[in-house]
Structures are given as C-alpha cells and as structure tokens.
Ligand binder design. Sequence first.
Ligand code: ATP
Length: 297
Amino acid sequence: MTVRVPAKVNVQLSVGPLREDGYHDLVNVFHAVSIFDEVVAKESESITVAVNGKWSDQVPTDESNLAMRAARALAKHAGRTYGADLIIQKDIPVAGGMAGGSADAAGALVACNELWGLGLPFEDLMEIAGDLGSDVPFSLLGGTAVGTGRGEQLSEVPTGGTFHWVFALAEGGLSTPSVYAECDRLRAAEGAEVPWPQLNDSLMEALGTGDAYSLGAHLSNDLQSAALSLRPELAPTLDAGRQHGALGAIVSGSGPTCAFLAIDALHARDLALSLTTTGAAHTAVAAHGPVQGATLV
Ligand code: ATP
C-alpha cells in the first residue's frame, strides 16, 4: 500500500494566551501544498519503519517515529496485534514547520487501514489522528481548513482557485516546543495583554475568491517573531522574497521554512530561482495548494 501525504503551510496562525495546561488556544488556517512524503506499508510480522530521501538521517526509526506510533495506535484501536514494514520516502523538510512527521503519521494510518483490511471509516481515522498530534488530522484531510482549540478541531474552507508558493528550506530544523517557549518569553518581556485569537475574515474572503494578492496581504503567523528571534538569518530571506515580488512572505508554522506567495506558477518558478541564485535561500521549492490530504496511490 502506498499513500501520498502533503506538507502544510499555515496561512493564519494566531496564538492565544498561555493556558494553565501549558497549551495555547489557536486559530490556525492550514493549507496543504504539493510537497509530499510517501508512506509504503508492506506485510510483516511486526511494525518497523525505514526512512529514505534527503532528510532521512534526521528522522528516528525507533518507537518515537510518528508513523510507527500511528500504526501502533491503529492496531490498538482495532484490538489486535498487526505487523507492517513502513517505508517513508521523505521530501517534506524535517522540523521545518511543514508538519512532515504528522504527514507520515496520517500516511501510516491510511496505509495500514488498507493493508490490514480494517475498513475503518474516515471519522475513526480522524479520531486516532487527533490523539497522535494536533496537526495529524489536517494531514489526513488536506485542502484548506480552519483548526481551533489546539488545532485539532477542523472545518474545511472552500477555496476559489489554486495558489502558487515558494518554500525556502533552511539548513537544520527548529523544535516546535522551543518556538512556542520563545513566543511566551517574548510576550512576557513585552508585558502586553495577549488577545484571544480571531479568524481573519479578509483572509477567508481571499481564500474563497482565490485572490492571491489579498491572501498575500493577509498572511499572518504569531510564531514568526519567535522563529526570527531564534534564527535571525531568516529575516533577510523573507525580505529577499518580498523584493522579488512575493505577494506575501511568512515563516511557515514554527519555522524555519519560509513561505512566499507568488502571482502564478511562472512567477513561483522565477522567485525560487532568484532566491537561490542570489544566495538568499539555500534551497527553494515551488509548490501549489490546496491539494488532497493522505491519498492511496
Ligand atoms: P509541525 O509543523 O507539525 O510543528 P515540523 O514540520 O516542524 O512539525 P516534523 O518534521 O514533524 O516537524 O518533526 C518534528 C520532530 O519529530 C523531528 O525533529 C523528528 O525527530 C521527529 N519525528 C518523529 N517521526 C518523524 C517522522 N516520521 N518524520 C519527521 N520527523 C519525525
């Protein structure tokens, strides 16, 4: 069984005040883009995981691998012991703010559901996904969706067209918890009251009408200053994208990947080339969204 799963970019990520349980309430608008991991599941006695591709050396292959955890959670849900060799072809940057680990977890759920002949409905997979991590349900769903709570309560957002993006991939990842901790630290130092997160209506309208110019103007990410504080060298990358005509430039999720919205596919190609040839980015990849979530191929 082979499943293809997309990366995501957050076109809005609003982070509420720190809660007593250590989490934050979020308004999170996820958008699935055409950078994919592939998860293959083959019959086996036990659950194993192997990772191929250029990021493979940064991904654990033990019990902490999110795809393995997903397969185990699915077997537990089904109430039996099952085996699967999971082989991940990794194209989504690791710890890049593009939910690569969550994508692999979603891929493993769909692949093992099929391999093991469980026939579990999508809603059951979504429930298991929510227990695995707040970004996993969106990796199953794909498209564009608003996540509230910790990000796991999702509602789909219809979009009026395809958006073209460029992603500048950084060397070395950023840990999501450390970026949230830096966000809390910066906010505490500032001392200002943190507002309750609100969905941006103008952004929703831009998504609905497919207006890339308006979407570019309304992209927002409350984690951006924390990511820039930890990685100051991302600021000139964002500036370079704007100078080369990006309609919007933001850090993707917790970073360090930077996302640039382009006018069209041709502009995305030119922008990616400009970012790499000028040295503003080490690697830049053009992609489009929205695309489907975890899909059997
Ligand atoms: P998010 O955008 O959801 O915050 P991210 O894209 O920044 O996440 P991931 O690529 O999901 O980060 O990886 C976070 C960490 O999870 C990595 O440092 C890695 O050690 C671990 N990990 C476990 N399983 C996987 C997997 N299958 N793929 C990638 N990373 C994994």
